[in-house]
Design a protein around this ligand. Structure first.
Ligand SMILES: Nc1ncnc2c1ncn2[C@@H]1O[C@H](COP(=O)(O)OP(=O)(O)OP(=O)(O)O)[C@@H](O)[C@H]1O
Ligand SMILES: [Mg+2]
Length: 314
């Protein structure tokens, strides 16, 4: 559905997107992750024909974003990061206007607008002036706009930006549901959202693509090195030293001291079962244990690790 090869965008003295290649298959929900300024919106603007690439190519359904831009636009529904809405229009009026711009008319237009409002739960507010709606509802109008012409591919640039947790959850369910009918490419900062909705994640940093994998694999890859947390009745620095000497341990960090108790976070490499060794050591040293747990890595850890390796762009 999307084929990107060597895609590059250079601004004066600054490369925002640097030789990026990836593909998205029909039916996938792909999350596009990256810190602020990583190049997400720039990539998305090239895919949606709003920016011309400096180098490289991108095709949507086999159509080139530069050469066949009119046809490309027909196949995609794009929700930009700042949804440009006409604030003095009513919801249904605005969606009719947008649908007409996308080539719909007559009964088809009416049916399409009704369906988009139904999907995005806008039926109750269809007569309201957009300017009076809350942020959550405005985002819904933006999404309804993106899907009114029933495109195969939805490209959403931070669709949940600025929403409260409940609205984020509702939006997430909506996106999951839309994924049954559309291919979806969405950028976001919200990592649990990606873990819950996406089949695959692309991570971009400083304009370069750093990873492309399932959320599970990204986490698993990171978990090659695990982390164990232990809360023991012992002197923090003496206990740290003793634990540091255990095989496989790469780092011991004191997370906190509470009276006689010390809380240590222990990192290891490989698949060593550290909990058992730490337990044995504690018995050996007569330390009392209040807590001993293996801490699961999250997609956030994987993301932070990848991004930390090459620094963050300005
Ligand atoms: N018109 C422009 N002229 C010059 N530099 C630009 C322009 N637009 C974006 N940039 C720069 O390109 C880089 C990538 O920006 P982009 O908006 O693609 O990032 P992003 O990943 O979408 O970030 P965010 O999460 O903040 O939305 C940034 O360093 C930005 O300052
Ligand atoms: Mg952006």
């Amino acid at each position: 559905m999307i084929e990107v090869s060597g895609l590059t965008k250079r601004y004066v003295g600054h490369t925002a997107v640097d030789d990026v290649s990836f593909s998205v298959k029909k039916g996938e929900i792909v999350g596009f992750l990256g810190p602020n300024g990583a190049g997400k919106s720039t990539t998305i603007k090239m895919l949606t024909c709003y920016l011309t690439p400096t180098a490289g190519t991108a095709t949507i359904d086999g159509l080139d974003v530069e050469r066949d831009s009119i046809q490309v636009r027909r196949r995609i529904g794009y929700m930009p990061e700042n949804v440009p809405l006409y604030l003095d229009m009513r919801v249904s009026e605005y969606l009719r206007f947008r649908g007409a711009l996308k080539g719909l008319g007559g009964r088809k237009l009416t049916a399409a607008v009704d369906e988009a409002m139904e999907i995005c739960s806008l039926v109750d507010v269809q007569r309201k002036i957009i300017g009076t709606l809350s942020k959550g509802y405005r985002q819904r109008v933006g999404l309804a706009d993106a899907l009114v012409h029933k495109p195969e591919l939805l490209i959403l640039d931070e669709p949940t930006n600025g929403l409260d947790p409940q609205q984020i959850r509702l939006f997430r369910d909506l996106i999951k549901d839309l994924g049954k009918r559309h291919t979806i490419f969405l950028s976001t900062h919200i990592l649990p959202e990606v873990e819950m909705t996406c089949n695959r994640v692309l991570i971009i940093n400083r304009g370069k693509l750093r990873a492309s994998d399932t959320p599970k694999n990204l986490v698993r890859r990171r978990r090659q090195g695990g982390e164990v947390v232990v809360d023991i009745k012992a002197d923090a620095s003496a206990a740290s030293q003793a634990i540091q000497a255990l095989k496989g341990v790469t780092d011991v960090e004191t997370e906190g001291v509470d009276g006689d108790w010390a809380r240590l976070a222990i990192s290891s490499k490989g698949k060593a079962d550290l909990t058992e060794r730490i337990h044995d050591l504690a018995v050996d040293q007569s330390w009392k244990i209040r807590e001993l747990v293996q801490r699961d890595a999250t997609l956030e850890d994987a993301f932070v690790d990848l991004v930390r390796k090459d620094g963050v762009s300005k």
